[in-house]
Structure formats: structure tokens, C-alpha cells
Design a protein around this ligand. Structure first.
Ligand SMILES: [Zn+2]
Length: 480
């Protein structure tokens, strides 16, 4: 018996339903089971729970089985509405409005009842939408990052599940193919279907009734993205995800499906073998790992953060930074001093201009990774940075380690070295005094609307404009 079955309101509705079906009044039925009509009324209204012995007598008097009375389903569509209205009116949300409770009488039209229930549903939907404010989203994201950091970004259970699944789909060595992904889907009872008209707000849509996973067209360049999206959609099923009840739960699920997808495309056993050998050869490089498994640079870099600490005994950091210097994604368990806002969030924060994650944008040759040592107030770090371009502009992907760990990586012999004193504003956030004196009254920049809604605007002489950047630009072009 589920706990739903004992819900007194549903039970009361079921008793009333069968009583009326038999044309009995409250007193008629009450007499047969030794209860006053008024007591029976309380039971039917869900205000009193009958004892088990009374339930047996009621079932007998109504000529139905006890199981029929205890069924958790409402006895009729009308009863379903009445039960839903009763629940909604008892919720904390409705109570907070201090409005009277409406009792659905026999005379109330179905339309009126349907309208009331519909309004309650909408009220509830809006209330849960309102919880997901940007502030809440940022807090939830920060908590999740701390949770992952405590686990060294490693989720062994999901790794084990992913390896089992791709093995069962016939994968043995090399990059995971689209074919393997399709077989995995079939084994789960799903067909992958590529469509041109996915809703703009979705990455994929799963039709549980018909066993279909809808994905964007297969003609999109970059097969990795497609395999990853199909795997992510399947992961919701394999990880028994329920509809997320909060923004935090939504983020946790998204993290888990991304993790699962990466763990399928770069299976733990093969990935650790590859990385351990590269480390032994002192030739670790994200680009080699990327090419060996046929994934994007970002996917390979993130996957390294899953496995490096737990299996190679190496703390490290990952950064995805946009061309304007704002952090899009970051992870560290090596003490890299990331900029944070008051809530502890790093997303949208402007990174030190001296770090390789930003210095890489100034290079002319971007086909190879930029290797750089950076001295920070928290010690010296070695980083490898690769830049890329999307329709939103340029971005850089960096993986780095504390100085002592650089010896395992290709590019450790680099002579590129920078000094960062951030968060000290004189490091890179404010113009040099002689520059400011010369340009403060001579520069007239017009601000571009910032791409990151969540991030704070750089504050300069002009709102939204970075003075240091503008002055350096003017001087660079002065002699032309
Ligand atoms: Zn700086």
C-alpha cells in the first residue's frame, strides 16, 4: 500500500462515491456500520480517519473490496478536481494569501471548479518560477562547485555506469561512434530522431510515451556535440532523474548528465591509462587527450579535471574565459586565486589580464597552445591555453597546475612568465597614473552593452567601459 492510498481526502471521496452509487444517505450507511451520519460525514470530508475495523465494515456495507476503497486514484474526474482544490487550498502558498477556502458543493458547476483548480495550478507554477532568480541560481551554482571540489570533481559511480553502458553497446577501444550511441539508445528503448524544429529553449526533447529522443539535425558540424547531446538525454533515464523541484536540483542533474556523457566518450579505464602513460613520459597535453578520443578541447580539458586528482594524484584548474576576460566556467582544487563576487560565484567575474587565459588572446599564432608560468599571491602556476571562436566571439580554454606539477606536462620548458598581483587593483584593473593623467580628458569611448547579464560592469570613467583597456588601445594606434 503506498502512502498515497491512506490520504484521508481521497479515501473520503471514494467512500462517498460508492455510497451515492448505491443510493444510500449518510444515515443509511451510518446505521449499517454503527456510525452516526455526522461522523461518517467527517470521514467523507477527509477530516477524520476511520479505524481499520471501520474500513472493513464500510467496504462490506458498500459491497466493494477493501483494496477498492483504499485505491489512491480519485473515483471520478469531478472528485479528482475536488481533491486537487482541497490540497491546493491547504498549501502554505494559498494560506499566505489569507483568502477564504471554497468548499466545492454539489451545486458548483464543473466549469467553476475547473477554473479554480486551473488558477491554483498557475499560482503554484509562478511561485516556483519566481524562486529561480539569478541570485538563487548563482548561489546554487556556487554550492555545487564547492560540492564537486570536495570530491575532486570525480563521480566514480557515474563513471562505472557509463563504462558498463558503452561496453554493453559493443564499444571496446577508440573513439565512441554515433553507431554505439544509437545502440545504447535502442537498448534503453529509445530511437534517436534528428529534427529541424526543436524548441529554441531546449537541447533535446525526450518523448517517454513513444520512446523517442529528438535531437538537432545530424548535419550540424562537429559530431562530438551530437553524440554528447544524445548521451545526455539518455543519462536522465539511466540516472533515474525526477522532474527537478528546485534550481539547485536542475543544476545537479545537468552536471550529472554532462559527466555521464563525458564518461562515455572518454571512458575511465582507457582515459586513465592514456593520461597515466603521458604523465610517466612527462608529455601530458590536453590536445593529445582530445585527439585520442575525438572530442572538443573543452570536453577533454574538463574530463582531465575529473580524473587527474583522484587517479594521477594531481591538483589542477580549468578555465573557460570569454574574449572580454569574463569567466564562463571555472574549476580549481589547486588554490588558484579566482576572482569571486560576494556570493562566492566566479562566473562573469573578470579574470586578471596577466594570466595565460587572457594573454592568449593577444597572440598572433593561435594554432598551438600557449604555455605560461604566472606568479600570483598564492604561488606560481603553469598553464596551457588554447583559444577558439564561436558565433558569440572568442574564448579560451586553460588547464593549469601549481609549479611543482608542471614537470609532467609538455610545454613546461616555456620561458613565458608573467606576474599577477590581482586582486590588487594596480595589477591590471586601473590605468597607470601617467596614462590616466594624459588620457582622462581626451578619451571618449562609447560603451558596448555587456554580453553577460549576470556579470558586473567594469567601472571606469564611463559606465561599462574599462579605462585601462581604452587607454592602451589609444596608445597602440596613436602612431599609425
Ligand atoms: Zn591582474
Amino acid at each position: 500500500m503506498s502512502s498515497d492510498a491512506t490520504d484521508p481526502v481521497t479515501l473520503g471521496h471514494r467512500i462517498r462515491h460508492h455510497r451515492l452509487e448505491r443510493g444510500l444517505t449518510l444515515d443509511d450507511l451510518g446505521t449499517r456500520v454503527g456510525l452516526a451520519g455526522s461522523q461518517l460525514s467527517l470521514i467523507e470530508n477527509g477530516k477524520r480517519e476511520p479505524r481499520l475495523s471501520q474500513l472493513g465494515e464500510l467496504a462490506q456495507a458498500l459491497d466493494v473490496s477493501l483494496a477498492t476503497l483504499l485505491d489512491s486514484a480519485p473515483p471520478s474526474p469531478r472528485a479528482a478536481l475536488e481533491i486537487e482544490l482541497d490540497r491546493a487550498q491547504r498549501s502554505a502558498l494559498y494560506s499566505s494569501l489569507a483568502l477564504p477556502r471554497v468548499k466545492p458543493t454539489k451545486g458548483m458547476a464543473d466549469d467553476a471548479l475547473t477554473a479554480l483548480v486551473g488558477l491554483h495550478r498557475e499560482l503554484q507554477r509562478r511561485a516556483s518560477d519566481a524562486i529561480a532568480t539569478p541570485e538563487e541560481a548563482r548561489r546554487a551554482n556556487t554550492e555545487l562547485r564547492a560540492w564537486m571540489r570536495a570530491r575532486n570533481n570525480y563521480l566514480p559511480d557515474i563513471d562505472a555506469l557509463a563504462e558498463k553502458q558503452i561496453k554493453a553497446a559493443g564499444h571496446s577501444v577508440g573513439a565512441v561512434t554515433h553507431r554505439t550511441v544509437s545502440i545504447m539508445a535502442e537498448r534503453l528503448g529509445f530511437q534517436l530522431i534528428y529534427v529541424n524544429d526543436l524548441p529554441h529553449s531546449t537541447r533535446s526533447v525526450t518523448d517517454l510515451a513513444n520512446g523517442r529522443i529528438y535531437l538537432p539535425p545530424a548535419s550540424i558540424p562537429g559530431g562530438h556535440g551530437l553524440r554528447a547531446m544524445a548521451l545526455q538525454a539518455m543519462a536522465h533515464r539511466l540516472l533515474d532523474h525526477e522532474r527537478p523541484a528546485s534550481y539547485a536540483e536542475f543544476l545537479q542533474q545537468r552536471l550529472e548528465i554532462n559527466y555521464f556523457s563525458a564518461a562515455c566518450l572518454m571512458p575511465r579505464t582507457a582515459a586513465v591509462e592514456f593520461l597515466a602513460k603521458a604523465k610517466k613520459d612527462r608529455n601530458l597535453a590536453v590536445e593529445d587527450f582530445r585527439d585520442a578520443f575525438g572530442v572538443t578541447h573543452e570536453a577533454a580539458a574538463l574530463r582531465m579535471t575529473n580524473l587527474a586528482t583522484s587517479t594521477l594524484d594531481m591538483p589542477l584548474h580549468f578555465l573557460r574565459v570569454d574574449e572580454d576576460g569574463a569567466i564562463a566556467k571555472a574549476y580549481e582544487n589547486d588554490g588558484l586565486p579566482l576572482p569571486t563576487d560576494v556570493t562566492g560565484a566566479v562566473e562573469g567575474q573578470i579574470l586578471c589580464r596577466r594570466w595565460s587565459a587572457r594573454a592568449a588572446f593577444d597572440r598572433t599564432n593561435r594554432t598551438t597552445e600557449l604555455y605560461q608560468y604566472t606568479d600570483t599571491p598564492a604561488g606560481t602556476f603553469w598553464c596551457a591555453t588554447q583559444t577558439g571562436t564561436t558565433s558569440d566571439g572568442e574564448f579560451s580554454i586553460s588547464v593549469g597546475v601549481p609549479f611543482a606539477q608542471a614537470k609532467w606536462f609538455r610545454g613546461r620548458e616555456t620561458t613565458a612568465r608573467a606576474v599577477s598581483t590581482c586582486p590588487d587593483p594596480s595589477c591590471c584593473k586601473t590605468p597607470r597614473p601617467e596614462q590616466a593623467e594624459r588620457w582622462a580628458d581626451q578619451a571618449w569611448p562609447s560603451a558596448r552593452l555587456h554580453a553577460h547579464v549576470l556579470s558586473p560592469l567594469p567601472s571606469g570613467t564611463f559606465p561599462g567601459v574599462d579605462d585601462a583597456e581604452v587607454y592602451a588601445f589609444l596608445e597602440r594606434h596613436e602612431g599609425e
